[in-house]
Design a protein around this ligand. Structure first.
Ligand SMILES: Cc1cc2nc3c(=O)[nH]c(=O)nc-3n(C[C@H](O)[C@H](O)[C@H](O)COP(=O)(O)OP(=O)(O)OC[C@H]3O[C@@H](n4cnc5c(N)ncnc54)[C@H](O)[C@@H]3O)c2cc1C
Ligand code: FES
Length: 259
């Protein structure tokens, strides 16, 4: 569904990173962790295509939905300049999200902006009484976002930064390798493709294949029609292409062909 919603707040959370809150009661009611929205970033036809953003959190009672994003190009720069109270055209919620079981212990591995969809997942897992361990890596401590919110949720949190300014010096996958992968009923991850690829390899070595990864590909339609967001996965009949927007963005780590 396409909705014209109001921008309620837009806060800079780190250099080049923003958290935008919109009043979108229908989306707040139905959105599941791992789903995303296609947003029209400007009020003109340029850029023409909507941009995909994970749903970062929802407040069902107040009808609010947040996204967390980094400015990387023209669309996101225009979005960062959008004024409060103005209308924003959104399409969604879209895609297949994460499995959210109850009564278990779960490991969440986030790299950079991968925390955007995982934060919503962690909230839901905690609300169902689960134990959640979070491994979170970024370039430096200023790029570790939502730390206070994560602490308030009482998750067990381990951080890694490339320059050692918070937690382990190195990648979050190095940290998992060093500390050992904690026992978990299911592992979830989102982050840059090299991190996901390295994590998939580590999990394979450790014979822990039960993992759900959220993937990103450039998207045009966001709704399964253009096939522009294909990812190669293993099916019974051999490798096939699936659409990240409609068949994902969440896939089993073991089914993805990491190229
Ligand atoms: C399902 C999904 C969820 C996403 N969730 C978030 C989120 O929560 N927060 C966030 O900051 N970003 C997220 N992204 C990425 C976001 O959609 C892109 O950063 C955005 O579309 C860039 O638009 P732009 O016009 O600013 O950049 P463009 O001018 O279109 O591109 C600028 C640069 O970013 C690269 N880029 C653009 N889109 C993608 C993409 N989808 N994957 C990888 N690289 C890309 C381009 O190759 C180019 O180098 C998500 C993407 C997908 C597919
Ligand atoms: S973006 Fe069009 S099929 Fe996925």
């Amino acid at each position: 569904m396409i909705y014209e919603v109001e921008i309620v707040t837009q806060r800079k959370v780190a250099t080049g990173c923003y958290r935008l809150e919109m009043y979108a009661p229908e989306v707040a009611q139905t959105a599941q962790p791992g789903q995303f929205l296609m947003l029209k970033t400007s009020i003109t036809l340029d850029p023409l295509l909507r941009r995909p953003f994970s749903i970062n959190t929802v407040d069902r009672d107040r009808g609010l939905v947040k996204i967390l994003y980094r400015v990387v190009g023209r669309g996101t720069a225009l979005l960062a300049g959008r004024k409060l109270g103005r209308r924003l055209s959104i399409f969604g919620p879209l895609g297949r999200g994460f499995t959210v079981p109850a009564n278990g212990r779960f490991l969440v591995v986030a790299g950079g902006l991968g925390i955007a969809p995982l934060y919503f997942l962690i909230q839901r897992l905690k609300a169902l009484g689960n134990e959640v361990v979070v491994f979170y890596g970024a370039q430096n401590r200023f790029k570790l976002l939502l730390l206070e919110e994560l602490a308030a949720m009482r998750v067990e949190l381990f951080t890694a930064t490339d320059n050692g300014s918070s937690g382990h010096k190195g990648t979050v996958v190095d940290l998992l390798r060093t500390k050992g992968i904690p026992p978990a009923d299911l592992i979830y991850a989102a982050g840059p493709p090299p991190m996901l690829k390295a994590l998939a390899a580590l999990l394979r070595e450790a014979e822990m294949p039960r993992a759900e990864f959220s993937l990103e590909e450039r998207m045009a339609c966001g709704a399964g029609a253009c096939r522009g967001c294909a990812v190669k996965v293993i099916a019974e009949e051999g490798p096939v292409y699936k659409r990240v927007c409609a068949d994902g963005p969440v896939f089993l780590a073991g089914e993805v062909v990491w190229e």
